[in-house]
Design a protein around this ligand. Structure first.
Ligand code: ZN
Length: 715
């Protein structure tokens, strides 16, 4: 589509037309919504002590606030039942945030006896100043099953715009945001490991906060960890202070609460570019380094040419142990990624580029509500595909498969989803967030007729909104004012393709990119699939086919297996021949391929290959690679096999994952028949917790209709 050139104004030269301010974020998922409107959060400081043996984090949080109106009675924050508040205090602060050096924290000396209290703040008081802190009353109320509400009563005389601090000391035990891994769950088996995962609404169990992407602030942290444990955070500056034995971090740009992230363990660095290094357990470091050396800088530079300077200083990557529940998380300055991704070069490249793209879309410009997550994922996916055009045909195919499973009128297929009371926003995340979001962004790029002009628009959009949070209307208004000729043509109201309809209609994307470029890759997949599903099966033709899948790209093999999985159960002789042709080959490939083949084995009750299922489950510890298989095993006739494998492997599974699998196994067993954990691993954490922590994609009840890993959603 060619853009009209009757308009001589430079694009974007015109100021955006006045518009009403975006609607405030809905209060449904945040207890703190009312307070988020009443206060400005200028900065937050964390003093954290990691206590892996007790799976406990002891924290002191200093919130630097000012009220926007006089005499606010209370401050309401998001918290969590895992988080126990010890004290709340108030302190007047210097007017300028920079007037005071960052807070120091005093950590209690470790020793025998009961757990020491959380760290104390140590402020640089001027001589003769009034007493530093005065205690405040506080109250914790239930809010939802993924959080609680913390109300702190404020002193009555508080004036508007007067800076003050609220100091909260707390401990957090077995919080859903904080994943404690015993040494056995790491590669080196030597040191404990811990990481946090805040997306979407988990960080309220890490520290009390405004747990909404609409509120951003800078942060700093002082972290004490057991000796020999390396601590990293999503921060622009990191140092180790030898004499104090603590790590110090500072994030100089405002970020939402969910992007405050920490990881600690036996991690070592290796440089892979001028502003990038990888961090990994020592045994993984050589592989990680060789696969990414030089590449990250190339991708960063490519993204900078498209969307403007990289704003976050460093771009480091940390490889997480196999228990990491998702593929990757775009924590600023420090992408978290699962180590098993190293098995597949193709997935590694796509996923890292996707996380690089989030530096602009998601981290710098953030969706103000979880109901519009597509603003982050759709734009990041678009930017990712401007950097590399790899394989999106396969993801669109996956989108259509998910659509079939969910039904065309599923409310989660809307780009603007509606959060219902009590629903964890993590559960709204699905392929539509990514791929339908992508299709809409792609459609916008087609409207302006030239992808490079669209890149210019996105660059201006990032420049305008960086370090803030936006709603979809901001993006669309900016688009129309950047391309006034399109506004004149009322492209937002084209029949059948109205912007409003893109955002609010259920069902497939209103328009999809031309995928004919990818057809040279999909055609052989289709051909082989047709051979194997022809009726009657011409076994000789299928087996002897000239199509050699060992030469295929990972995505092609995955698509072929996805098709077979959709068609399962298959006739037994087909499965038998498939196994004969491919089983050994597929078993030597990466986990993404193996799990697909093994799901076919399970869904077809193909016993000769069950030993491969067992071996896979004995070596995989991520929910991505275990839950789908356990679900399939329990849906079919193989539940006793599943129980047996679980009893043998549970000691090596993270407690959160163990609980989810227990739920899957106990379904249909009847009351009292819950599989017992003690049976096979004495001393393991045997607690069967009713309120399974909510995690990304998450620890939702296994009965929920669809398994999202079918379609490889990375964060
Ligand atoms: Zn993403």
């Amino acid at each position: 589509m060619a853009a009209q050139c009757c308009c001589c104004k430079a694009p974007g030269a015109e100021a955006a037309p006045a518009r009403p301010p975006p609607e405030p974020p809905p209060a449904l998922d945040v207890a703190s919504a009312s307070s988020a409107q009443l206060f400005r959060l200028r900065h937050l400081q964390l003093g954290l002590e990691l206590r892996p043996e007790a799976r406990e984090l002891a924290g002191c949080l200093v919130l630097e606030l000012c009220a926007l109106r006089p005499a606010p009675r209370a401050l309401v924050l998001d918290a969590h039942p895992a988080l126990r508040l010890h004290s709340a205090a108030f302190r007047r602060a210097p007017a300028a945030a920079a007037a005071e050096p960052p807070c120091a924290f005093a950590f209690a000396a470790a020793g025998p006896g009961p757990a020491p209290p959380p760290p104390l703040p140590a402020f640089p008081e001027a001589p003769g100043a009034e007493p530093a802190c005065c205690p405040l009353a506080f109250r914790v109320d239930p809010f939802t099953d993924y959080g609680s509400s913390l109300t702190v009563t404020l002193p009555p005389e508080l004036q508007a715009h007067q800076p003050f601090q609220v100091i909260l000391r707390y401990t957090s035990t077995d919080a859903p945001a904080i994943w404690w891994l015993d040494p056995e769950l790491t590669y080196g088996n030597a040191k404990p490991f811990v990481f946090t995962q805040g997306h979407s609404v988990c960080n309220r169990s890490f520290f009390p906060c405004f747990d909404t992407p609409a509120v951003k602030c800078t942060y700093s942290a002082v972290v004490k960890a057991p000796s020999g444990v390396q601590v990293l955070m999503s921060a622009t500056r990191s140092t180790y202070v030898e004499e104090e034995g603590v790590y110090r971090f500072h994030m100089e740009h405002p970020v939402p609460a969910y992007l405050v992230a920490l990881v600690a363990g036996d991690l070592q660095p290796a440089d892979i570019g001028p502003r990038s290094r990888v961090w990994a357990e020592p045994c993984l470091l050589p592989t990680a380094t060789s696969k990414l050396s030089g590449a990250v800088e190339q991708w960063l530079s490519a993204a900078e040419r498209l969307y403007g300077p990289y704003m976050w200083g460093r771009y480091d990557i940390v490889f997480l142990p196999p228990s990491f529940p998702i593929v990757a998380m775009e924590n600023p300055c420090l992408t978290f990624i699962i180590s098993s991704i190293l098995e597949s070069d193709e997935f590694l490249v796509i996923d890292v580029i996707h996380e690089v793209a989030h530096s602009w879309f998601g981290n710098a410009v953030t969706n103000a509500t979880w109901e519009e997550m597509w603003l982050s994922e759709g734009l990041a996916t678009y930017a990712q595909r401007r950097i590399t055009t790899e394989t999106y045909a396969f993801r669109l195919d996956a989108l259509h498969r998910q659509m079939k499973l969910l039904g065309e009128d599923s409310p989660v297929s809307k780009l603007q989803v509606k959060l219902e009371p009590g629903v964890n926003p993590s559960h709204l995340m699905n392929l539509f967030t990514y791929e339908k979001g992508y299709c809409f962004v792609y459609y916008l790029s087609q409207l302006c007729g030239d992808p490079q002009r669209f890149d210019d628009f996105l660059r201006a959009y990032v420049e305008k909104y960086k370090f803030t949070s936006v709603v979809a209307q901001d993006l669309l208004d900016s688009f129309l004012s950047f391309f006034p000729e399109l506004k004149e043509q009322s492209v937002d109201c084209r029949a059948g393709l109205e912007f409003e309809r893109w955002l609010n209609a259920t069902g497939p994307p209103l328009a999809e990119p031309d995928l004919s470029q990818g057809s040279s890759l999909t055609r052989p997949v289709e051909a082989l699939f047709q051979l194997w599903t022809a009726e009657p099966l011409d076994q000789a033709a299928a087996s002897a086919s000239a199509i050699d899948i060992s030469k295929w790209r990972t995505f092609q093999t995955a698509l072929f297996l996805d098709r077979l999985l959709d068609g399962s159960p298959l006739p037994q002789e087909v499965v038998m021949s498939l196994s004969k042709c491919y089983s050994s080959l597929l078993d030597s490939m990466n986990a993404e391929i193996r799990i697909r083949w093994l799901q076919i084995v399970v869904r077809n009750d193909y016993y000769p290959d069950l030993h491969r299922v067992r071996r896979f489950l004995e070596s995989q510890m991520s929910r991505m690679y275990t839950i789908p298989l356990y679900e399939d095993l329990c849906t079919g006739a193989l539940k006793s096999f599943a129980l047996e494998v679980f009893y043998q492997t549970q000691g090596r599974l993270h407690p959160n994952l163990r609980r989810t699998i227990q739920q899957i196994l106990s379904q249909g067993l009847g009351p009292g028949a819950e599989p017992s954990v003690e049976q096979a691993s004495a001393g393991a954490d045997s607690e069967v917790d009713a309120d399974t922590p909510a995690l990304l994609l998450g620890d939702e009840p296994p009965s929920s209709a669809i398994s999202l890993r079918d379609v490889n959603v990375s964060a």
